[in-house]
Write a protein that binds this ligand. Structure first.
Ligand code: ATP
Ligand code: MG
Ligand code: MG
Length: 341
């Protein structure tokens, strides 16, 4: 493999491109919108996913296709897959695109999720609430991220999301953690230490490693992530979000790609999640998943960027900016990894 095709030109595609370059590989990013973060790729195509000629030319120019964004239309993926291998595979993508399929799959392989009910239309919501109870959370099956497309259902009248949804029982968790796991083409698995995640306004705010939970919990979390990767015959890096409860770990969702809560690996590990993903999809041996430092990762969102002078002046801060230009509210502009020990 010498050229990696990446679907999606956001910050994850940017950091994957940098990692590929460092390994002497080339990368070609395909991005349907504006791609301010993709200026580091060797080649960039900006065209809609419906543009078959552009998709063909993209596929022809690469050896393997991966993605930083999971909502690529099925018909585009069919075309791409007829030309080049897609890693992680289509099943992993299909399952993580759809919360109903995702939770059903997780339960089928014996993992706990929040109790859930299929809510295809607004008329089904009352029955679903009767079964799942209150409080609960209504989530669109597809396309939600950063807490978008979600409605909390408390004691009052329930609103509708406007699209086919799942209703999830509210999990009274003590903490949220995530595991970044990698699986190679040969089935080799490498997991990073679970991170403790804190959200603000539905967006990841901070990840801390070590997460401070007992070894039996972190070991369990890693085993769960490895089980999911093996069950999907996964190749690449995957993020698994988990709720910690007195009754054990509950899987919230999986992301078939590098994950925001894995950015700490850039400062804590010899081989970070981006290089690990490139190694996996390029068919190279996986790197060492061991953590060599304690790290706190904080997202720089919107006007957080005003703090840049202070951050630049602080000795333990590793700063990553995504080159996106305008700092709109809620927009991920960068992150900072602080080595704390
Ligand atoms: P992401 O940006 O991580 O993809 P998302 O929009 O897909 O987020 P979720 O991860 O499903 O959304 O939910 C966002 C946050 O809302 C979770 O991290 C958690 O804090 C809270 N949450 C989600 N589902 C539940 C639940 N069933 N019970 C309690 N809290 C929940
Ligand atoms: Mg999500
Ligand atoms: Mg999430």
């Amino acid at each position: 493999v010498t050229t990696i095709g990446i679907l999606g030109g956001g910050q994850l595609g940017r950091m994957l491109s940098v990692a590929a370059s460092r390994l002497g590989l080339r990368c070609h990013v395909f991005e349907p919108g504006a791609a301010p973060a993709a200026d580091v790729a060797h080649a960039l195509t900006t065209a809609p996913y419906e543009d078959e000629a552009a998709l063909r030319a993209f596929a022809q120019s690469v050896d393997v296709i991966t993605y930083e964004f999971e909502n690529v239309p099925t018909s585009s993926l069919d075309l791409l897959e007829s030309m080049r291998p897609i890693r992680p595979n289509r099943r992993a993508l299909a399952i993580s695109q759809d919360r109903l399929a995702e939770k059903t799959f997780l339960n089928e392989i014996g993992l706990a999720t929040a109790p859930f009910a299929d809510v295809p239309a607004e008329a089904d919501l009352g029955g679903a609430i009767d079964r799942i109870g209150r409080p609960s959370i209504l989530k669109t099956r597809r396309l939600g991220y950063d807490g978008k497309g979600q409605i909390r259902i408390g004691d009052g009248p329930a609103e509708w999301t406007g699209a086919p949804s799942v209703l999830e029982g509210f999990v009274d968790f003590s903490a949220e953690i995530s595991v970044i796991v990698a699986r190679g083409a040969d089935g080799q698995v490498a997991a990073y230490d679970p991170g403790l995640n804190v959200h603000r306004d539905g967006i990841l705010h901070r990840t801390t490693v070590p997460c401070g939970l007992p070894g039996r919990v972190t070991t369990d979390a890693v085993l769960i992530a490895a089980k999911i990767a093996a069950a999907l015959d996964y190749v690449g890096v995957m993020g698994v979000e988990l709720f910690v409860t007195p009754g054990g770990l509950i899987v919230n969702e999986i992301a078939p790609r590098v994950h925001n809560s894995g950015h700490w690996t850039q400062a804590g590990c010899a081989v970070d999640q981006f290089e690990q993903h490139i190694r996996a999809v390029a068919g190279l041996p996986l790197g060492d998943g061991r953590r060599y430092a304690d790290v706190t990762m904080e997202n720089l969102i919107g006007e957080d960027l005003d703090r840049l002078p202070d951050l630049l002046a602080s000795p333990n801060a590793q700063i990553h900016l995504y080159g996106k230009g305008e700092a709109r509210a809620g927009r991920k502009m960068g992150h900072v990894n602080r080595i704390t020990a």
